[in-house]
Structures are given as structure tokens and as C-alpha cells.
Design a protein around this ligand. Sequence first.
Ligand code: MN
Ligand code: MN
Length: 461
Amino acid sequence: MTIDELRDALLLKKENGYTRLTAQQRKEMEAYASRYSAFISACKTEREAVCWAAAAAEANGFRPVELGMQLHPGDKVYFNNRGKSILLAVMGTDPIKDGANICAAHIDSPRMDLKPNPLYEDNELAYFKTHYYGGIKKYQWTCVPLAIHGVICRRDGTTVTVTIGEDPTDPIVLVSDLLIHLSADQLQKPLAKGIEAEQLNILLGSEPLDGEGSDLVKLNILKLLNEKYGITEADFHSAELCIVPAGPCREAGLDRSMLGAYGHDDRVCAYAQLEPILNLEHPRRTAVCVLADKEEIGSVGISSMESQAFEYFMEILCSSQGARLTECFLNSFCLSADVSIAFDPNFAETCDPRNSARLNHGVGVCKYTGNRGKSFASDASAEVMYKIRTILDNAGVLWQMATLGKVDLGGGGTVAYIMANRNIPTVDAGVPVLCMHAPLEVVSKLDCYMAMEACKAVYHS
Ligand code: MN
Ligand code: MN
């Protein structure tokens, strides 16, 4: 064999996905990108994503799951877990004791939550106190247009939905940063200390009500909120209000090859697994889509991947066929669909270039996450890696291997270990992201499209 033939026969080919994309795929990719763009622009919290998914499920023939219901091949059901997480399934023709094909993603993203007593006035300016949620670089959240999303359960028992800052005619809110002119001391601090957690205060207003006494700016804000939402200050005690970046997803790059938005992590994978299950008809194996909350704070609590809500849902599917849940888990397969790190030439020193996912090289398959010596990693076995590799190759999905940066530099986690702890063979795969956890995250359209194709392939496997 010549050297060229040997190269061809033996070496792994790493190719930019654009060299392999067909004209038809390119068209589908653009259409998918605009559908995803609409979803990510509309869904900035887990609640909004659940609302969206539940409405889409209903529109596509899914019924709410009920204890003791009879299920037949092709039946479509979903479980809306208190508006914070959602599970969908399409019953397969194979018995469920032989296992389900599961895709699991999370729909929460880093942000700032309001504290229980949020509203205050300081030097004739009104603010909300916040408590950041998930891992953020705090300085990134200053001087960017912010919106308020959430719900308030009012004294009278009704719940009102709040969205301020998304309509172009809405006002935005913000966290101020210190002007450069007075920043001599601030600029000497490490980045992590430049803006501290208790400085993440949301500027809300500056106009005092006409009258005597203190806190007239705060009172004016409360009056406005009362007029619009019928709330009093005490209602903040039964509210979930989130501060998120304002504005829609935008095409990024002069060539429009990327998408810039808040919350790609992990709603880019949530949408990638949601869309194909909505259109899935009569799969061989039962297909399950899990959109979980609270991954960004450790997957704890009632709406997280740890929650027994998963067992509750799966048990209903199993008991309709007299199957054991543990047997179903044993024979299932799970794609933990979460974003991975995209190699950033601006910070090349942070990644092992031979083991980094790159924009436009397709969905990134991650054998293990974790940190240091693979601590807290769900390390997929060779057999599981063989399985995902075969599924993706057979379906013509463009994919690459991903790792979470240089060893000992940091790391991360996903819901993979939680599914694996349930005795379900699990592997991570997802869209490579630039500026993860920043107010503006960037993904490539090609990788988004391939992530959706990957989830589709898992459902059909
Ligand atoms: Mn994630
Ligand atoms: Mn994350």
C-alpha cells in the first residue's frame, strides 16, 4: 500500500461538517435553525420550556399520563411535572420490558433569581436583590439588557405570569458596573472578585412618587407592579421571578452560520430531542424524552433528573404491560443530551486540541465528564460507546468526540450519572458551545441540526 492508501485506510478523518453536508441537508438545517430559534427566544426558563413542550405535545396527539391507563404501541403520552419538568413517551411495538430509548436534557439555565424580599430603595434608586442560579461569571451580567420572567402566586390563590423586557416596547432592566474612570481599584481585583454576588442588584427605577416620606421610588415601582399584576410586596414570598438576558436569538457571524442566544445550555439539546419525538410514529422500542430542571445546581429536588417523577412516569408505562421497572431500566439506553465545550482559538491553551469538539464538526459525543481524575464522571463503557457510534454512523449523523477541556483545569457534569445510577446504559452527547453560561452563548447551526438528527437516530434505534 502507498502512504496515501495507508492514510486513507488507517487514519481517523476529522472533517468540517460543511464538506459533507448535502444541499438538501443544508436546506433542512436552515429550517431547523429557525424553528429552534423561535423556541429558544420564547423559552428562557424551565417553566416556559415546559409550557411550550406541553402545548406542542397536545397539538401532536400526546395525552396526559394517568395511573393505570392502558397503553398500546404507537400511543403518545406525557407527564407535566408541576410545570417545571416534563416527560414524553411514544409506546413502541416491542414490549417495554425490553427497554426504552431515552433522551434526557435539562431546560434550566444559569441566571439570577430574585431573593424572597427583593425590592428596596437605595439613594433614590429602586432595585431587586438577586441570588445567582448556577455557575456564572458575575462580571458578564453587568451592563447587558435584562428581562424579568416568572410567576407570582397571589394572595387570592391566582397565579400571574410575568414577562417584562422581551417586547420591543417593554423597558429592560440591568445591573450597573463601575465606570472606567473610577475603576483603578476594581481593575486590580481578580475577575471573580470584580463584581461580587451582592452587587448583582437589578436597577428598576428612579422616579419618586409625588409625596412625603421615604422610599417613594420603591413605592412607585410597587404601584406599577400592582397596576399591571395585582400584586403587593408580600406576594414576592410566593413568587419565582428570574432575571435573564433580554431579546431574541440572533444569527451570528457575517455568514450567519451560528446562533447567538441566552440558554443554549441546554435548551439546544432539549429542543433537539423534543422535535423528533413530537413527530415520532410507531417506533420499535418505546421512545422517552425527559426535559429536566435544576441540572445547573446539581440535579437536586422534585423537578430534577434525580426526582422520582421519572420512576413515576416510567412505572405507568411499564405497569400497562405488567413489566417490571427495573427490568425496563436494565434493557434501556439513554442519550444524556447536554452541550459540550467548543474549542475556542482565543483560549486555545485551555483545551487539548486533539480531544476538543469544534464548531461545525457535528454533535459532540462525550465518553466522560467530571473533573480531576474523572471524579463524578459517568464513564461510558467501550460497549456503550460502540453502540452510540454505530447508531450515529448508521443514521449518517455527523459527530465528533468531545472532552471538557484540559485535565485538572476545571470540568463539569450532566445528568448522565443519574441515569446510569438507575442501571441504564448512558452516554453524553450534545452541541458544542462557545461562551457557555454567558448571557450570550454561541452554537453552530450545523451542530444544532446534527444534535437533532442524533436524538432522532436514538429514538429509531
Ligand atoms: Mn448543561
Ligand atoms: Mn450548564
